[in-house]
Ligand binder design. Sequence first.
Ligand SMILES: Nc1nc2c(ncn2[C@@H]2O[C@H](COP(=O)(O)OP(=O)(O)OP(=O)(O)O)[C@@H](O)[C@H]2O)c(=O)[nH]1
Ligand SMILES: [Mg+2]
Length: 306
Amino acid sequence: MAVGNVFSRLKDRLSKTRSLVRNNITKLFTGNIPLDETILEQLEEILIQADVGVDVALELIEDLRKKFPASQVVTAEKVLDYLKNDLTQRLTNREAVDDTTHRPHVILVVGVNGTGKTTSIGKLAHLYHQEGHSVMMVAGDTFRAAAVNQLKIWSERTRAQFMHNDAARDPSSVVFDALQAAKSRGTDVVLIDTAGRIHTQKNLMEELKKIRRVVQKVIPDAPHETLLVIDATTGQNALIQAQQFSEATPVDHLFLSKLDGTAKGGIAIAINQRVSIAVKYIGIGEQVDDIQRFDPAVYVNAIFEG
Ligand SMILES: Nc1nc2c(ncn2[C@@H]2O[C@H](COP(=O)(O)OP(=O)(O)OP(=O)(O)O)[C@@H](O)[C@H]2O)c(=O)[nH]1
Ligand SMILES: [Mg+2]
């Protein structure tokens, strides 16, 4: 897809966050309003509602206060433009590693229940397939019977190899078999689905450790990437989840899902500011191609630009 299309699609999918930010700020400034304390407070409220985080919102407001004297009449576009540039300067560009030199390149997908792990695996398979890689999906969620079938459907949609074991209660055995098969077949990318879990569930976190050990038994330097999927619609909870989960188990990158369904899209910015792990991908819908690489500056533009 051409870059321009990607950007307009992102703008479109972020429309809930965009309209919260742009429409409300535009409304504030109808009729040549000076940027006084009342307006600044309302601006702060809008930014907090969009989940950019309280500290980021306060800093932005402080910058606005310094930049524009209280008596000065400003337009909404001027304020939006200032916020966009100010935020862009604050963004941290964390390099998300993109190394697919291993064969197979093993990606372990983890996260809390219902955040979008299985769906995101479908999208990743599509992405890798488009780049010419052969892909294998591994049904490591042996908790729910429906989970295996859900992944199978995604494998059919994306023409990915599919590995499962209906008899296995322990995901490690499926993972072991799958990786051996991937090695002997020369598969490029292996995506391992896992059951949803909360970082405080000791047994389930132990299970993840065991999966990692088994992966390493077959391929010593794997998993090459552990992706934590977090649900943007949970707002500030998503940020807390990212912090707590990554303290409990190794995580390389974040996949921030469901940004299309929320006005809390500022959470991507809050995460960029507060979490040391990079958001690598964003999910912007339920279809196979509703995935984009996360570029913080492009993202801020998509929210603030007219
Ligand atoms: N709108 C929207 N919906 C999404 C996105 N990603 C996932 N979903 C939806 O979120 C719901 C849960 O997705 P799953 O992929 O099943 O989540 P999961 O993390 O695998 O769930 P468990 O395996 O039960 O822990 C489904 O209805 C998906 O269609 C997204 O980017 N946008
Ligand atoms: Mg799942």
